[in-house]
Ligand binder design. Structure first.
Ligand code: URA
Length: 445
């Protein structure tokens, strides 16, 4: 078999066989196929797409390129949750303790921030002492004993994805629905859970900017998961505004704590309860209504917050930061942005909000950049809110004055104001399963 023929076949729009896909992925991982040929194949896939059979083969090859975690040492049905990324998306920090507090088992491997989107591992690392690189034995032991552990995804999970992602990043092939689907699902399949629930974000702060594209991505991922024998469902959620009111690391951990105390922003709380109850339901812990009630109760009676404290203790962190979040040191510099018009906020370019947070130091400009845990943004008003000139709309935090000025100028351009109120998007737009798409909100466009 020759890589030239595989590229040529896909370029002409033909379906690749399993052998051809395996030849390309395995050859690339073994360095037998050079970057330029793999880049050409990625571009051919970008334009010609892949059907469900090709995608499942591609995903399986990627999942098999490294370790496959065997979670059978953990009792019960393991349900994994994954978000395609967003701005202010700290969902795992609240959902995982909610599920564990209701008796679910959460053995979660999470990632770091990617571009303008934040990552759970970076957020958890802002808790002093928190260890996210646990051995598998310790990880399993903690989950069996307490129901909850979150660790950093090892480099040995789907290394083919790591290599392919780096190549896509420099060849303008990241924003391909089949390639994103295979990338996400290869890691999910390798991570070993029994069932998968996907949060497919949509809007100006997500990879998928339109509802139509997000539905397509969700359908592809559901088809891959089901094809691999794992029950998989997806929710489309609104990322046309930042989720909650906080973007950054310390500040998002604090928002998750407030949410577990029942004092969180409404949109974020709704999403957390939705995912927690569906994870419990898929994990066989009762009817959907019962699971919803259980999740709400764990939020109201403080048991979910106790679970978070317990997880932090078990992983070497200082849990007094969870019980007393005022211990997080505030950033030395802050700047307020105020409304410059009377009327309504008619839109927020959410990718710009995420990039502003990166400029402040909350994310990485390059892969080796250090994160400033205290940097971030607190939004006082979001799309649909009425404002008067001079009302604060956001406060930015940074440890570097120059970054603060740059971030402030950048963030200002994210806001648009107008005289007519714009109805904000519902937090949840649709549910996608193997049985089809159920509409849960209005159209994004
Ligand atoms: N997240 C991933 O893991 N992969 C992609 O390709 C895009 C988002």
């Amino acid at each position: 078999m020759r890589m030239y023929d595989v590229i040529d076949k896909k370029k002409k729009g033909s379906k690749l066989t399993g052998e051809e896909i395996r030849f390309a992925v395995e050859g690339y991982v073994k360095k037998e196929i050079p970057d330029y040929q793999m880049a050409a194949l990625l571009m051919a896939i970008y334009y010609q797409g892949m059907d469900d059979e090709e995608l499942l083969e591609l995903t399986n090859c990627m999942a098999e390129s490294g370790d496959r975690v065997d979670l059978s040492g953990i009792q019960g049905i393991k349900v994994d949750k994954h978000s395609t990324g967003g701005v202010g998306d700290k969902t795992t920090l609240a959902v995982a303790p909610l599920v564990a507090a209701c008796g679910g088992k959460v053995a979660k491997m999470s990632g770091r921030g990617l571009g303008f989107t934040g990552g759970t591992v970076d957020k958890l690392e802002s808790i002093p002492g928190m260890e996210l690189g646990l051995s598998q034995d310790k990880f399993f032991r903690i989950v069996n004993e307490t129901g909850l552990s979150i660790i950093s995804q090892s480099a040995e999970i789907a290394p083919a994805d790591k290599k392919l992602y780096a190549l896509r990043d420099v060849t303008a092939t990241v924003d391909s629905i089949p390639l994103i689907a295979a990338s996400v699902m290869s890691k999910k399949l390798a991570a070993g859970s029994d069932k998968i629930i996907l949060d497919v974000t949509v809007g100006s702060g997500a990879f998928m900017k339109t509802r139509e594209d997000a539905i397509q991505l969700a359908q592809k991922m559901v088809a891959i998961g089901e094809g691999a024998g794992r029950q998989t469902v997806a929710f489309l959620t609104n990322m046309d505004v930042p989720l909650g009111v906080a973007v950054g690391n310390d500040i998002e951990v604090i928002e998750a704590i407030h949410t577990l105390q029942g004092k969180g922003p409404e949109d974020f709380q709704e999403i957390c309860l939705l995912f927690a109850s569906h994870m419990l339901y898929m994990g066989g812990r009762g009817s959907l209504e019962e699971c919803k009630a259980q999740a709400r109760e764990a939020m109201e009676n403080g048991r979910a917050l106790e679970k978070l404290v317990q997880m932090v203790d078990n992983q070497g962190g200082d849990s007094s930061y969870i019980t007393s979040p005022e211990k997080f040191s505030p950033a030395p510099f802050q700047q307020e942005i105020t409304a410059w018009e009377d009327g309504y906020i008619t839109g927020m370019d959410t990718e710009r909000c995420g990039r502003a947070a990166v400029i402040l130091g909350a994310g990485r400009e390059t892969k080796d950049s250090r994160i400033d845990a205290a940097a971030g943004i607190r939004f006082w008003h979001k799309t649909g809110d009425s404002v008067k000139t001079g009302d604060p709309v956001a406060t930015l935090y940074a440890s570097d004055k120059k970054k603060l000025e740059e971030g402030t100028e950048y963030l200002k351009k994210a806001y648009t104001f107008g005289k007519e109120r714009v109805e904000p998007m519902p937090s949840v737009l649709a549910f996608v399963s193997k049985d089809g798409v159920v509409d849960m909100g209005t159209n994004l466009q």
